[in-house]
Ligand binder design. Structure first.
Ligand code: UDP
Length: 243
């Protein structure tokens, strides 16, 4: 086990990873593969909360850059995360994993609203809970949504599955000399403005003592490897608690 005594995790997946090799949207084959990874993680006995981004469909900042009202564009982004949540729910249930979607924007016909105690009950019953629509407010991201749900659901850690295998001192896609940290503390991430999650999400994790594990979800089987302590990742937590 990468982190001792981990019973409940929040897994955040960037919307981008749902595209697979496409340039946009949802690659259902790839979502099925991701669902299989979530299933395998659940079978190790973990309780799993999921948050999925919306960047594969719509990002508010992109809409705003094209002249849209920012808040309006952000609501579109939140709706994109609901679409991704429904796609993942469908993929998980195909594999026999019971799943509930709870959205921070109420839409009774498609999913439940966020109700913490109800989510708690779902987890007790062995269901995966997917929290959609971020925090339900514009000017936030699903990283903040993930940190918020991790705190309120008392998750032991936040696993951020993205397209890079950890936190680097520079952008590894642009700078070949960039090096990856194995461990780093929240305050260094914030002071050096390292690209892990947005600052409000990092601060919320710091204030609630929730370790953030950044890893690549693109390689097959990597979630299980990382959970078992055999993968490549960066762990963000307070200096004192470094391994
Ligand atoms: N969003 C928002 N409030 C939230 C969560 C998301 O306004 O609490 C909007 C925002 O426009 C964001 C978009 O939804 O750009 C998609 O989420 P995000 O960019 O976090 O997705 P990811 O980068 O993880 O794919």
């Amino acid at each position: 086990m990468l982190l001792a005594d981990t019973k409940r995790i929040l897994l955040k997946l960037s919307g981008e990873v749902l595209m697979g090799d496409q340039q946009f949207g949802i690659d259902t084959d790839f979502v099925a593969k991701l669902a299989a990874e979530v299933k395998a993680a659940k079978e190790t006995g973990l309780e799993i909360c999921l948050v999925i981004g919306g960047g594969n469909i719509f990002r508010g900042m992109a809409g705003a850059a094209q002249g849209m009202d920012r808040a309006q564009a952000d609501y579109m982004g939140m709706l994109a995360t609901v679409m991704n949540a429904l796609a993942m729910q469908s993929a998980l249930e195909k594999l026999g994993v019971e799943t509930r979607v709870q959205s921070a924007i109420q839409m009774d016909q498609v999913c439940e609203p966020v109700i913490r105690r109800r989510a708690e009950r779902h987890l007790e019953k062995g269901r995966v809970v997917i929290f959609a629509a971020g925090v339900g407010a514009p000017y936030f991201t699903t990283d903040s949504g993930a940190a918020l749900r991790a705190a309120e659901m008392k998750c032991d850690a936040l696993f951020k599955g993205t397209s890079v295998d950890g936190v680097y001192n520079a952008d590894p896609k642009k700078d070949p000399t960039a090096t990856r940290f194995d461990h780093i503390d929240y305050d260094t991430v914030l002071a050096d403005n390292l690209k892990v999650m947005d600052a409000s999400a990092v601060a919320l994790c710091r204030d609630n003592d929730i370790p953030i594990v950044v890893f690549s979800i693109r390689e097959r089987g990597n979630l299980a490897r990382v959970l078992a302590g055999e993968g490549t990742q960066t762990i963000v937590r307070t200096e004192l608690r470094r391994a």
